[in-house]
Design a binder for this molecule. Structure first.
Ligand SMILES: [Mg+2]
Length: 195
C-alpha cells in the first residue's frame, strides 16, 4: 500500500516537474559515473553538503559496503568535505551500511519517507543549516532521487552509468535497469505531451 502510494506520488510529482527532469536527463552524459565527480570541483560550484544515495551510486544493487574504487573516492571526498557535511540518503538504510558510514562520522538519514518524498533532503537541510541550493544529491534514479531533488530544490548529480553486478544478481539488476528505462520513458512522454 505504501509502495503504491509512493508510485502514485512519483507519477503525479514527476508530471509537475517533467520539464526539470527532462532537462536533467537530456543534459546528462549517458555514461556519467559517481567516480567522475571531483569533490574539489563541487566546492567551486558552491556545494556545501554532499548527499549520497547507495544502490547503483556507491555499490551495485543490494551490497552492504561501497565498492573498493568508491571507497578510495570517498576518502578523497573526506579530504574536501568534513564528515559532518556528507550524508547518506538511501531508501534502504541497512544497519551494515549505516555502521560503515557512521565509522567515518557520516550521518545516515533514516526514519523519513522514502525518495521521491523530499523529507530526507529537507531533514538534511535542517541538520546542516544551509540553503537547499548548497546541497548536492548524487543519485542514479530519475523518479526517486532526481524528483526528490526537484521538489526540495537541491542540486542533483544524475548517475547514468550506475554500478551494476550482472554476474552476482542478474534478476535484481535487470529489474532495476528496466525501472531506470521506464522512468526515463515516462518523463519523455510527459514532456512530449506538454509541448
Ligand atoms: Mg540508487
Amino acid at each position: 500500500m505504501k509502495l503504491l502510494k509512493r508510485i502514485i506520488y512519483s507519477l503525479k510529482m514527476g508530471y509537475i516537474y517533467r520539464n526539470a527532469l527532462a532537462k536533467l536527463y537530456l543534459r546528462t552524459p549517458p555514461q556519467q559515473r559517481t567516480l567522475d565527480i571531483v569533490p574539489q570541483d563541487l566546492v567551486k560550484q558552491g556545494v556545501k553538503i554532499l548527499v549520497l544515495d547507495f544502490d547503483g551510486v556507491l555499490a551495485s544493487h543490494g551490497e552492504l559496503l561501497p565498492a573498493p574504487e568508491i571507497e578510495a573516492w570517498l576518502q578523497n571526498c573526506l579530504q574536501v568535505f568534513p564528515a559532518a557535511q556528507i550524508f547518506l540518503l538511501s531508501n534502504k538504510p541497512l544497519p551494515a551500511r549505516v555502521a560503515y558510514f557512521e565509522s567515518y562520522g557520516i550521518r545516515c538519514i533514516a526514519g523519513v519517507q522514502k525518495k521521491p518524498y523530499p523529507e530526507g533532503l529537507l531533514k538534511i537541510q535542517q541538520l546542516a543549516q544551509c540553503q537547499a541550493s548548497e546541497i548536492l544529491l548524487v543519485d542514479d534514479r530519475l523518479l526517486t532521487g532526481g524528483l526528490a531533488a526537484c521538489i526540495a530544490q537541491t542540486q542533483i548529480y544524475y548517475v547514468t552509468r550506475p554500478l551494476i553486478a550482472w554476474g552476482k544478481r542478474p534478476l535484481a539488476e535487470s529489474f532495476f535497469m528496466l525501472v531506470r528505462w521506464v522512468e526515463r520513458r515516462i518523463i519523455a512522454i510527459y514532456s512530449a505531451t506538454a509541448l
